[in-house]
Design a protein around this ligand. Sequence first.
Ligand SMILES: *Cc1c(COP(=O)(O)O)cnc(C)c1O
Length: 394
Amino acid sequence: MRYQETTPPVFTLTAGPVDAYPEVLRALGTTVLYDYDPAFQAFYENVTLKAQKALKSDNPPMILQGEPVLALEGAAASLIAKDDVVLNLASGVYGKGFGYWAARYAKTVEEIEVPYDTAIDPESVRAFLKDHPEVKVVCVCHHDTPSGTINDIDAIGAIVAEAGALLIVDAVSSWAGMPTGPSACQAAVYVTGPNKCLGCPPALSLVAVSDAAWAKIEANPDAPFASMLSFTDWKNAWKKTEPFPFTPSVAEINGLNAGLDRYLNEGAEAVWKRHAVTAKACREGCKAMGVDLWAATEEIASPTTTAVRMPDGIDAGPVLAEARARYGVTLSAGRNETLGKLIRIGHMGPTAQPAYALVAVAALGGALKALGVKVDVAAGLAAAQDCWDAAIDE
Ligand SMILES: *Cc1c(COP(=O)(O)O)cnc(C)c1O
C-alpha cells in the first residue's frame, strides 16, 4: 500500500502554507458581501480592530490583499527612500531576499550575513550602527523559515531604536505561534500574515505601521500610490466611513475573521504553548532517533518549524518523496541555499499539536530508514511522547 501523488496526503505538516482550521474553512464558504454594503464595511473595520487586539499594535493594522510577499515588497517600496542607506540582516533565505527588494529603492544596502544555521548577533548590529550612523532603515526576518531559526528581534529592535533608525520586520511565520509583536521589537513596519500560525489559507497580509514609519512614508515622494504595493492607499481603508482603494478579498476576510476569533478565544498564551510543546517533542524525537537539528544551537530553533539536517550523502528530495509515498505525510523541503540539505516539519496553527510530532517523527524516521539511513525510530517516538507527557501536567 502506497499513497499516490495524485491524491492529497493524509497529513500536511509543512512550514506553510499550512492546513487551515475547520472554522476558517467554513467561514470561507459564507456569503460574499458587496464591499460597499454597510454591513461589510462595518465588518471590515471590526476584523481590523480584532487584528489590532491580536497583534497588540499601537495603530490598527492594514490588511493587504495578497499573501505577505506583497506586504514585504510594499514595505521596501514605501518606507525606503532614494537617498536612504539600509542595513539588511541576513541569516537565511528570506532575510537575504529582502535585501534585493531594499536595493531597488535605497541608495545603498549594507548587509550583515551569517551562516544560515545561525542567528544575527544583536551586538554586531550595535557595532555596525555605531560605525554607520547614516543608516536609516534596518531589515530583519524574525523566523527565517527555510532554516527554522529565530533572530532575537526584541534585542535588535532596541538597538535600532537607540540608533534612531527604523526597523522592518518579517514576522510572517512566527507571529501567532510564539510571543512576538510589533511593540516588543519596536518595529516601524511589522509584516505578518494569516497563512502560517493563524491557520488561514495564503491570500492576505497583516501590517502594523508605527507613527514614525507613517511620517517617513508620507514624506517619501516615491512611495507608491494607486498600486497594489501602496501602504498609503490602504492606510485608512479599515474605517467603515472610508472607501477601499480596490476591492478587498471578501471571502478571505471572512476566513481571517474566523482565524482571529479562534486565536483570541483560545488565548495567545495557550496557542504559543501548543506550538512550543509540539516543537520540543519534534526536536527531542529527531535527536533521539539519531538525526541532527539544522540549527547550530537549540536556543535558536523555532517553535513553529523544526528543521532537520540531512545526514552526509543524503539528499532531502527522495526522503520527502518516501515520507509522502509510504506514510501519506507531506513535510517541507528547504529553499535555495537550504534546499536538499534539510527537511522541515511545520508546527503552525492546527498542526501545532504534539500528536503530530509523533506522526512527523514516524514518517521522517521511517523514510530515512527505508533509504538505508541508520535511525532508531522507536527511540525517537518514545522521546517525543515523553515530551508530550511532561507537558500534560504543566
Ligand atoms: C511564508 C513566508 C513569507 C511569505 O512568502 P511565501 O514564500 O510566498 O510563502 C514571507 N516570509 C517568511 C519568513 C515566510 O515564512
